[in-house]
Structure formats: C-alpha cells, structure tokens
Design a protein around this ligand. Sequence first.
Ligand code: DGT
Ligand code: CA
Ligand code: ZN
Length: 572
Amino acid sequence: MKSAREIAHFLDEYCTLLELGGADTFRTRAYANAVRIFENFSGDLEDVIERDALTEIKGIGKSMAALVGEFAREGTAQAYEKLRADTPQGLLDMLRVPGLGPRKINAIRSALGIEDLEALAAACRDGQLDALKGFGKKTQENILKGIDHIKRYQDRSRADVARQSAHLLVEALKAHPATQRVEAAGSLRRRRETVKDIDIVLSSTDPESSTNCFVEHESVSEVIQRGQTKSAVRLHGGIQVDLRVVSDVEFPYVLHHFTGSKDHNVALRARANDMGMKINEYGLFKGEERIECVDEKAFFRALGLDFIAPELREGIDEIEAAASGNLPELIREDDIRGMLHLHSTYSDGADSIAEMAAAVQERGFTYMGMADHSQSAAYAGGLKVDAVKRQWDEIDALNETLAPFHIFKGIESDILSDGSLDYEDSILEQFDFVVASVHSQFNLDRDAMTERFLRAIDHPTTTIIGHLTGRLLLDREGYELDHEAVFEMAAKKRVSIEVNAHPARLDLDWRHIRQAHQAGVLISINTDAHRLSGLDNLTYGVGCARKGWLASQDVLNTLDIDGFRHFLRDRT
Ligand code: DGT
Ligand code: CA
Ligand code: ZN
C-alpha cells in the first residue's frame, strides 16, 4: 500500500503530465489541491483506502478517489500509464531542466515546434527564444547549462538507489538453492557515491537455473543479454545489472576482478608480475598452476598483502600500505555512539524531538544532538530566539526522563555571506554545540568562499562545519574552495568537519576526507536526519568515511557520552 507522501508525489506527476498535454487550469487545479491534501494528510490512510472511503476526505471527488485508490493498491494507474505513454519522451526530458515547467515547455513547443533537449539546446544557442516572452539571454544561458548538466549525469545513479536495487536481487539469488556465494561487486561494493551499473558475481551448482532466477526477477524490465556465464538486465528504475556466474573455485578471483577498481587491478597485476605470478579474471597463477585461494583474504595473502577493504581499492596507495602493514582499521557502523545534527518539527523536520530521541535510542545510540535551522533560514523554518528557548526547555524536560540518554542542545547556524554566524554571541554561547553550514549565496568566488569558511571556523562557538561544499550528487556541483586552507584552520581551531551521510550529499567527499584527516581534522559523521527514516542514512556516511581511510578514533561521534562532553568542554 502506498503512503500519503507517495500518493502526493504521484498526483503531482500526474498533474504535470496533464499540463504538458495542454489541460486547462480548471482541470489541473483539482490535482494540485489533491497533492496538498495528501502532503498534509495525517489520519490512517490505509484504513480509508481499504474502506473505499477516500471521498470522505474533503476536496477528493469520485474520479480522484478512483485514481488514488488504484495507485495506492496497484502501485500505478491505467490513466497515468496512458498519459505517460502519450507524452513524447523529449518533453519529459525537458522537464528535468531547472526552471522549465510544463507551461514554459508548452510555450516553447507551440511557438517553435521544439520537442526534445537537442532541439532546445540548438534554439538557445541561436537565441531563437529571444522572441518569446520571458526567455531572455540569461534564461537561455541557464537552460543550456541545465541541459549540459543533464547530459553529464544521465548515465549514473546514486549509490543508495543502486544499493537498494542490488539488495533485492542479491537476496533473491541468495535464497536460490543452487547458489553457493553471491555478492554485489563493482563501484557499489567500493562504496562510490554514484555508480554506472550494478555488477553481481555468483557461484552456483546450477548456472542455468540461477540465471533464470536473475532474469525473471520482478525488478527486471528488460533482458539485454542472457548467456552461460554472463547476463545483463535493465531494471524498472533504468539501471543496468551485469551478472557473472562462475564455479565456486573461481568465485574469489572473479569477485576481486569485478570489484575493481580498474586502477587497483592494474597495480595489483603489476605486483603479481614482479612476484613471478599472473592475475587474470579467473585466477592467480604461477606458471600454469592456479594458486588456491578460498576467499579474497587468501588471495591478498598469496600476494603478500593484508586484506584490502573494497572501499580502499581505488588504486591510490592501498597496495603499498597493505604490503607494509599500514592499512587503517576502518571505522564500522557500530563504532558510532551518538547522532549529531538532527532536525525536528521546530524547523523543517517531520518528527518531534521526543520521536527522534526514541528512534535514536532504539537504534542503540547513547546520545544525540539537535541542530535545527537558525533564524535566517526562513526557507526552512529557522528558529527565532524565542523558539530556541522553548526548544531548550523541551530538551531539558526530555533529558530528565531519558537519562542516561542525553540530548545535546545544538543549532545548525547558517554561515552568512560574510562568514558570521546567525545569532548574537550571547545566544550562540548557550548551545552545547553549533553546526555551521552554508545554505545561501553559493555563487561567491573561490577566495570569498574560502574566507567565509575561515571566518566561520574561527568563531569561538563553532563546533562542526556542515556539508562543506554544498554539492548535491548528480544535481549540483559543490562550490570552489581552498580545501587546504579550510582544513588547516579547522585543525588549529579544533573544529570538526562533517561527513554528511545523506546519499545526495556525502559531503565531505571521500577524496578530501583523507586530506582533512592528514591535516589533523576530526571528522564527524552526521545523518542530518529530517525525519526518523533519515537516521538510516548513517550507513552511507560510514561507507564514505571508510573510503576516506578513517578509523574509529578519527571520528568525533564515536566518542562515548563522557568523551563527547569532555570534547565540548575542552574546546571552550
Ligand atoms: P562504474 O563506472 O560505477 O560501473 O564503476 P565500476 O568500477 O563498477 O566499473 P565497471 O562496471 O565498468 O567494471 C567493474 C570492474 O571490472 C572494474 O571496477 C574493474 C574491472 N574492470 C573493468 N574493465 C577493466 C579493465 O579494462 N582492466 C581491468 N584490470 N579491470 C577491469
Ligand atoms: Ca559497475
Ligand atoms: Zn541540517
């Protein structure tokens, strides 16, 4: 059964398709209203749908109820599928350009006959949109930028999306009786932030039947290739999955090969050659003889190396480190003791502090830190001073009942464009900790942006810098910064830099985490959860930290509650 939020999203898409098809506002308004109704719906929706009583909701008519009911139960609706099939794909692509909604697209289409991104880009380059109302030079430049951006990212998926898809397939294959070993390899296993495709490696006593299990899985929309050892499918979400089926003896070598990275493989092959051995896709050989390795650990051992975690296999210097016993003992999810940087209904979060606290506690953490948005963040319901004080009182009361679990009082203070923080110092000083983040004026140049951060870090109340570069994966590049200068100042001022665990951010990037750590910066891994389910993103943050070579002691919120208290006290 679909949730109210999913229904709202569905109706929103439906409404957009109607608008693209030229439906009049009178018709589309009903859908726009319904979107709002379901966005704000708070009752027992499942019950309402089961009783066929959607029309009891004010503003929901009979046909709307039928559409919603069908979607909620079936996962889609015939009217929607038809509408979608009737809409040219090119128009749907155009919708992805920032700033282009259905009305503007219709205007462009009826004036110039443009129905896809190629034609739109050409028209913008020639200034053909000049003649249309509301499309100046600047707008056309922005459209071109948007198209460029879509082209650059269209063949990759976010790690969380790929991971969820891979998980379903791997679990189904695991449950199959012929399966011996199965694992998702490739960039997904290396915990890259985005992936091109999913690579699965499987050993089986019955390759034929295992392959059937794969290509017939319900998440598969198209079989691209089907062979004895190699198959490929496309999933409903669009992502491609490659499957390799091998014998169980071959499994460790093949798993290693398809885990990559390519650079890591090349470097490891060179090492094997130097040692008088040879690696190929299917084994490690001395002359004609295969060196037996029961698992990857044995494979690395045969090459004189400690086990290299998949996250580290990027062909940087992990092989040298493994040869000299210098790999870090990587942080694990259960090393994390506290959840910092959480939002609640006080600002733009969906759940109350008490609800967040219960969920954090239930997940086994011993403390948490609230950090709602600050007063300037009007877009996110930032807290005025009186709301801050009410929140402090509420936290005090909760702490009485929840002890020894503890809620620390924090704030996510906007870093204003000149690098100052968002309240008077007299208020800032009363928080247990302050996360300082940039949420506006992203377009400063590199020097100005660096200065802005240096000043924020220098502020005596700043504890953590949130999502440093502001990037949104597959969506928005981070701003330019002098990372080295920022890390140096953070280390000096003992300000922690966040790895934001939201799978759209994973910011600090893993490539910079190592650099920050080497500069002496303490990292914190924060979910930035805006609702209970956001807490589950921790795993992506930890994956990113592991990719940045971090051990437990390199991360602020692996401290136990006393350790964290000491950390806060020692800084002031
Ligand atoms: P991506 O682009 O997100 O799919 O990244 P990967 O690393 O998953 O790349 P993919 O799927 O093209 O290949 C999976 C692994 O197979 C790759 O990490 C290493 C291995 N591999 C692919 N091509 C080569 C190659 O030309 N030489 C070597 N040594 N290994 C390769
Ligand atoms: Ca891949
Ligand atoms: Zn936040």
